[in-house]
Design a protein around this ligand. Structure first.
Ligand code: CA
Ligand code: CA
Length: 468
């Protein structure tokens, strides 16, 4: 199991990036006191939402409208979330509206294709689909009106994307918990297959692994001065004595948008995570490492992001660096010190798993039955085919039997000196024999012209007999 690289940014973060890009030219935001890494483009990261492309395209098109762009620059996040920006849609140019209509029609068509594909998989082809009813499940556009993009569509898009992204981390935690429970379930099932001695050995080995995993250097509290100084020194290669929060912020704002976003923040924890996790160690699970990274990022965002836009501004960062917690933080409890699930949660999980297994077994049984029925039908068809072939062969032989003599005649021409076949009982050469006789008779007559005057049957007088 592998985690998808976390990329949850708010749709208003995308809008925010556009605002920031407009407000401050990129070349003016480079810090002057340190050498900066190459600036990336201002392209926002993939949000990970299934309608990410639609969301981006809508924002791109809106951004081409002067009036709307101006409103974007002056609106704050709360206003955007409250839907105030959506009302401005009525004032954008006709061309922009037409482009948005087209985008919406494309999105509806895409959703319809998704529905169709899903139905084909679950219920087989040729099922009549009620697209109108099924489109209700999508909240990022108004399905009642599939042809035009209205202010309601923009409002729904912003609200849904905001809500989906806020739930993104929660869903990832839940997915991780299920992963851990599955691991434990499989371990316990494996133990059941062992005898007492081997089970004890295996349990001892498991405890040793856990102990080995927990034995790692001290992890600094995420976002604390010690943690950031370690990055400053080991990753950036700078003198710890020169540590300066403002310079640190500018150094790690990789895309130069004047904010530390979630990805830029998560990159700061790699050094800490490497203390706990090594991909070469059997006892270190790299899926757990990504969960730990997520926990660290969430913790720092909660502490530092005052306006809750999921972005850390320089102002917020500097304010946090003045707090007492920055220099004197509590100990950070790593994932291996947490209870990830209770026994009762594990039992519930196992019972769900057993139910799913039963359903799968039932499906597999039905498929096997269908396969056997098809095999039997196939065999019956093969037998019928063979019988039909035999019947055709018999008919052909019969036909050949009736037409046989003509074939014999064709390939056995009568010769002058030919003699009748010895086997007179053979049915096929009979006609040939008769013809031979006729031929001989003609030959005889050729030597006796008198025979020509009298039919052979009446008995013509012999030439040595006297004529009357
Ligand atoms: Ca940034
Ligand atoms: Ca913020």
């Amino acid at each position: 199991m592998r985690w998808k690289r976390p990329t949850p940014l708010h749709c208003w973060l995308l809008i925010g990036l556009l605002v920031a890009a407009e407000a401050v030219p990129i070349d003016k935001i480079k810090p002057i006191d340190v050498e900066m890494p190459a600036q990336e483009t201002m392209e926002p990261h993939d949000t990970g939402l299934y309608y990410d492309r639609y969301l981006r395209e809508v924002i791109d098109v809106l951004e081409t409208d002067k009036h709307f762009r101006k409103k974007l620059q002056t609106a704050d996040i709360e206003e955007i979330k409250a839907g105030k920006l959506s009302k401005e849609l009525n004032l954008v140019s006709h061309m922009v509206r037409s482009k948005l209509d087209e985008l919406k029609r494309q999105e509806v068509a895409r959703l319809r294709m998704l529905i169709k594909a899903k139905m084909d998989v679950h219920q087989g082809k040729d099922i009549k689909i009620d697209h109108h009813a099924l489109l209700k499940q999508f909240d990022h556009l108004n399905h009642q009106n599939p042809h035009s993009f209205e202010s309601e569509d923009l409002e729904m898009l912003i609200k849904t994307a905001t809500s989906d992204l806020e739930n993104y981390d929660r869903d990832r935690h839940e997915e991780f918990k299920q992963y851990e429970m599955l691991k434990e379930h499989e371990r316990r099932e494996y133990l059941k297959t062992l005898d007492d001695v081997r089970r004890k050995e295996e349990e001892m080995r498991f405890e040793e692994m856990k102990k080995k995993h927990r034995d790692h250097p001290k992890v600094h509290h995420p976002g604390s001065k010690d943690q950031l100084k370690e990055v400053w020194e080991e990753t950036d290669g700078l003198d710890p004595e020169d540590f300066d929060p403002k310079t640190f912020f500018k150094l790690h704002d990789s895309n130069g948008d004047k904010f530390l976003d979630e990805q830029e923040l998560e990159a700061l924890f790699t050094k800490e995570l490497e203390k706990i996790y090594d991909p070469n160690n059997e006892e270190d699970d790299m899926v757990e490492m990504e969960e730990e990274r997520l926990r660290m990022r969430e913790h720092v965002m909660n502490e530092v992001d005052i306006n809750k836009d999921r972005l850390i501004s320089l102002e917020e960062f500097l304010k946090a660096s003045e707090k007492r917690d920055f220099t004197d933080p509590e100990n950070w409890e790593t994932l291996d010190q947490q209870d990830l699930y209770s026994e009762s949660e594990l039992r519930q999980f196992e019972s769900r798993l057993a139910k799913q297994q039963d359903e799968l077994n039932m499906k597999s049984h039905n498929l096997m039955k269908q396969h056997q029925e098809l095999q039997s039908q196939h065999n019956q068809l093969q037998v019928q085919k063979h019988e039909l072939y035999q019947a055709m062969q018999q008919m052909e032989q019969k036909k050949q039997g009736q037409k046989g003599p003509k074939i014999e005649l064709k390939f056995h021409p009568v010769k002058q000196d030919s003699t009748p076949p010895e086997d007179v009982n053979s049915p096929i050469p009979m006609k040939a024999k008769a013809l031979d006789n006729v031929h001989n008779l003609i030959q005889d007559r050729a030597h006796d012209p008198v025979q020509d005057l009298y039919p052979a049957t009446t008995g013509a007088p012999r030439h040595d007999e006297p004529l009357h």
